[in-house]
Design a protein around this ligand. Structure first.
Ligand code: PMT
Length: 395
């Protein structure tokens, strides 16, 4: 079973573009469906006609082409793909991707896609080694873009060093990596993610720094392992993973209502949302006006969502919590495991810079009542996959 069956190949303007005909031919031999997008400069190195002949599809090269938009709009195009591979990826496209520029079809698709994105850098070795290029590559890697290559060796310009695009056969192997084993096939998992917002008045709220990245990574990993996933999400700025059913909420009370409704139909429930522990006792109907030097707010306790799920009498799912701690991580996490009646808890030390809230990386310690396991620093997606594999053994 192929993981990346539908591939958009984005060709940019580098000499290695001539290898793309071979790349497409080999991907098609493996059973992939390919759509080719070319930048203007790519067309100086290989013609759209050649790419159309090998891919068997019209090549797309313009964002503002009414007939192409009528056939498949660019957002639909971005959603069609399982994988967007940019090969060759010049220093220019890498810089544009890092900056989030969308000034042509390819860069727009790259921003609009929920699919996996991979790039195969190809450029002069000096350009590749430049701190600007290295910083851009590191930004993209932190955002979860796969960086395939470059290879080392003699370059078209005569230089020797790192900057050669990987060979088509190597790229085909990376594109067609088998799908993850379907360890969660037939299972339904409900995951909460992001912050809650507790209103104070029509324009203000209490919230926290959760970006939703950890919870969304869990949802993505669960889908990769074959689960049906409900993602109950607070307000975040990230795209939902493909094939995930998203329920948007704002407050802890809304989170409770939707969590209970989905939990009873789920094999597992994972509470990764950063739920505000308190909300305003009274929400002002109108914007509160400034009065005096101090303001005292009366807050009341929010429901404990995960404890409510873990204490269901009927149809209780396997219940996994998260513990975000800044001190005494192990003892606080174990306390929550017991007090909330959870089956498992994933503890993260959110005092460490670059980890936890609103970052692309994390480190977790998983606790059960009788054992524990360390997951060292990694991307949130890699950690999520490990969490899901542990969960799969217990369902
Ligand atoms: O979203 P990111 O930016 O990627 O950051 C990820 C994260 C740090 C938010 C995530 O990894 C995490 O730790 N999530 C849980 C945050 C949290 O609220 O922890 P807590 O220790 O306060 O709560 C413990 C558990 O009880 C959690 O499963 C929480 O969802 C749940 N809870 C808490 C309070 C409440 N009223 N209801 C709850 O269900």
């Amino acid at each position: 079973m192929l993981k990346n069956k539908k591939i958009v190949l984005g060709i940019t303007g580098g000499i290695a573009a001539y290898k793309c005909a071979e790349l497409v031919r080999r991907l098609k031999e493996q059973g992939c469906e390919i759509k080719v997008v070319m930048t203007e400069s790519a067309k100086h190195f290989i013609t759209p006609l050649t790419m159309q002949a090998v891919s068997g599809e019209i090549v797309s090269d313009s964002l503002l082409d009414p007939s192409a938009e009528a056939a498949m709009g660019h957002i639909e195009f971005a959603k069609w793909a399982d994988l967007i591979l940019v090969a060759p990826a010049t220093s220019n496209i890498i810089a544009k991707m890092a900056a989030g520029i969308a000034d042509d079809l390819l860069t727009t698709l790259l921003l609009a896609t929920p699919a996996k994105v991979a790039i195969a850098p190809a450029m002069n070795q000096q350009m590749y080694a430049h701190p600007a290029t290295q910083a851009n590559l590191s930004t993209l890697a932190q955002r979860g873009v796969d960086i395939w290559g470059p290879g080392k060796g003699e370059q078209a310009c005569g230089d020797i060093g790192a900057g050669r695009m990987l060979e088509p056969s190597e790229l085909v192997t990376l594109c067609t990596a088998p799908a993850e084993p379907q360890l969660l096939a037939g299972k339904t998992i409900t995951i909460t993610a992001g912050p809650t917002r507790e209103p104070l008045d029509p324009v203000r709220f209490i919230s926290n720094h959760s970006s939703g990245k950890m919870g969304y990574a869990l949802a993505q990993a669960a889908v990769e392992l074959g689960a049906k996933v409900n993602l109950i999400s607070g307000p975040v700025n990230i795209a939902a993973p493909r094939d995930v059913s998203v329920i948007n909420i704002e407050t802890a009370e809304q989170l409770l209502q939707h969590s209970l409704a989905h939990a009873v139909n789920s094999d597992a429930f994972i509470g990764c949302a950063a739920v505000a522990d308190y909300r305003a006792a009274n929400i002002a109907d109108q914007k509160m006006k400034k009065q005096g030097d101090e303001l005292t707010l009366t807050l009341v306790k929010n429901p404990d969502v995960i404890a409510a799920v873990a204490n269901l009498d009927h149809k209780r799912p396997y219940t996994v919590g998260f513990a975000a701690e800044t001190q005494n991580v192990a003892s606080y996490a174990k306390g929550k495991l017991s007090n909330k009646n959870l089956d498992m808890i994933c503890a993260n030390d959110v005092s460490k810079s670059g980890l936890g809230f609103n970052s692309d990386h994390n480190a977790l310690t998983l606790y059960w009542h009788d054992q524990q396991k360390e997951l060292v620093i990694d991307t949130k997606y890699a950690l999520a996959l490990n969490v899901m594999k542990e969960l799969a053994q217990r369902l």
